[in-house]
Design a binder for this molecule. Structure first.
Ligand code: ZN
Length: 425
């Protein structure tokens, strides 16, 4: 599947400090580059959208946060291999298509197009591999068969007149040195059961070996889209195995960072890691990084409440994408926060103030500001502190003019683009 056009990223002189970032699995800051491989390529998988309500601010905040991670790695001289999926077949997508009378394929294509345009506008670097779940089906079928052959997956009989043949992952039998239930999330069983019910799991389904076992293959029901599943029969895959297989196909085992919103910690990232480890005995990723949730004016943002703030709507209303990105960077990526009109107005004002100050920036001043921004980003991508550095600089009287202002303004402008993805020019 095509991603979106890549921006040109300026190279900024000077040294970036080593990045430490919060890992959910260990709940501490980790250095994402071992001392002896500071220049080795970093690899990242970020779970993509299910294309039916793209691109709301929760999506935008997540992809901008991982874009910041990528930019910070690149600034430190590391190449980055980045993979993202699109969950272009899933229950919520089918439900939305049925409810609105739209063909599900057309809905997915239209929403994915919108997402691409929003990402390009927000200056987000595209993944090298952008993979649809549908594309992954033929790759994952033999791997689910392999799990069945190892008795790490099993068939559950149909219920209420539905067909036999759904395949579930045996989360207890699959435990090994690389993964067991809780390795990624650290949650206790009660918390896992709560999130499992809330987020698409089926703890009550009769015939499962453990209530938390997730679906690997859903055998075809009448009227539902289906794909060839070899010995599994016609059907479609569970969500976690898709990401697991896509990540393993294109990235090293383990890869550097698995990313997504905090609502993906369990069950999605827990079981994506479990499936991979059950197949090859290795951890899915070295670190698991999660972004906070974005609400609107004190409420959860959701389609059912009718309060989604969409990037495309703001853009259509004439809001500059760089102001939207400024609002997103103004909140720490791990915080839960609320989008408000006041935040947007403040973001727009900040952009104006920074722009106005750039032409009176000496080379020495630009160099000092860049160094302070790099230091803030190196500690768990502290973008709000980096923006505060910019505010302080913009509020300061310019140095005595020394003739380097044109060069200084250009250097800082390029650095804001390279490091923060803020294109002010
Ligand atoms: Zn995923």
């Amino acid at each position: 599947m095509l991603a979106w056009p890549a921006p040109t990223i300026p190279h900024i002189p000077g040294n970036a400090p080593i990045l430490e970032i919060h890992d959910t699995a260990t709940d501490r800051l980790v250095n994402t580059a071992a001392a002896d491989q500071a220049n080795a390529p970093a690899s990242m998988y970020v779970c993509g959208i299910t294309p039916y309500d793209a691109t709301h601010m929760g999506h935008a905040a997540t992809y901008v946060a991982f874009d910041l991670l990528q930019r910070t790695w690149r600034d430190a001289g590391r190449a980055v291999n980045y993979v993202q999926n699109v969950t272009d077949i899933d229950d919520p997508l089918l439900e939305r298509a049925a409810a609105t009378g739209v063909d599900w394929v057309a809905l997915a294509e239209e929403q994915t197009d919108l997402f691409r345009a929003d990402m390009e506008a927000l200056n987000v670097i595209p993944p090298q591999e952008y993979i649809g779940a549908v594309e992954s089906i033929s790759w994952l079928v033999p791997l689910v068969e392999k799990l069945v052959a190892k008795d790490l997956a099993y068939l559950v009989p149909g219920e209420n007149g539905e067909p036999d043949g759904d395949i579930y992952f045996d989360s207890v039998a699959a435990s090994n040195e690389a993964w067991k239930l809780g390795t990624v999330s650290g949650y206790d069983r009660e918390t896992m059961l709560g999130f499992f019910s809330e987020r698409g799991g089926d703890p009550q389904r009769p015939g499962k070996r453990d209530a938390l076992d997730p679906l690997l293959w859903r055998v075809a029901r009448i009227g539902e889209p289906r794909w060839h599943g070899a010995s599994l029969g016609e059907g479609r895959p569970g969500w976690h195995i898709e990401c697991s297989v896509i990540a393993r196909r294109f990235l090293p085992a383990p890869f550097t960072v698995q990313g997504g919103g905090s609502d993906l910690i369990f069950p999605h990232h827990e079981f994506s890691a479990g499936h991979a480890a059950a197949l090859d005995g290795k951890a899915l990723a070295e670190s698991y990084v999660h972004t906070g949730m974005v609400g609107l004016d004190g409420e959860k943002m959701s389609k059912s409440l009718g309060n989604l703030v969409l990037v495309s709507k703001l853009r259509a209303a004439g809001v500059e994408p760089v102001a939207i990105r400024t609002v997103l960077l103004g909140q720490h990526y791990r915080s839960d926060w609320f989008w408000t009109d006041e935040l947007l107005a403040e973001g727009q004002n900040r952009v104006q103030r920074w722009r106005k100050r750039l032409p009176t920036t000496s080379l020495a001043e630009a160099t000092a500001v860049i160094s302070r921004i790099r230091a803030k980003l190196a500690t768990d991508l502290n973008a709000p502190a980096a923006l505060a550095v910019l505010d302080a600089y913009a509020a300061q009287e310019p140095d005595t003019l020394d003739g380097s202002e044109s060069e200084g303004g250009i250097l800082l402008s390029e650095a804001l683009d390279a490091l923060l993805g803020l294109k002010l020019g």
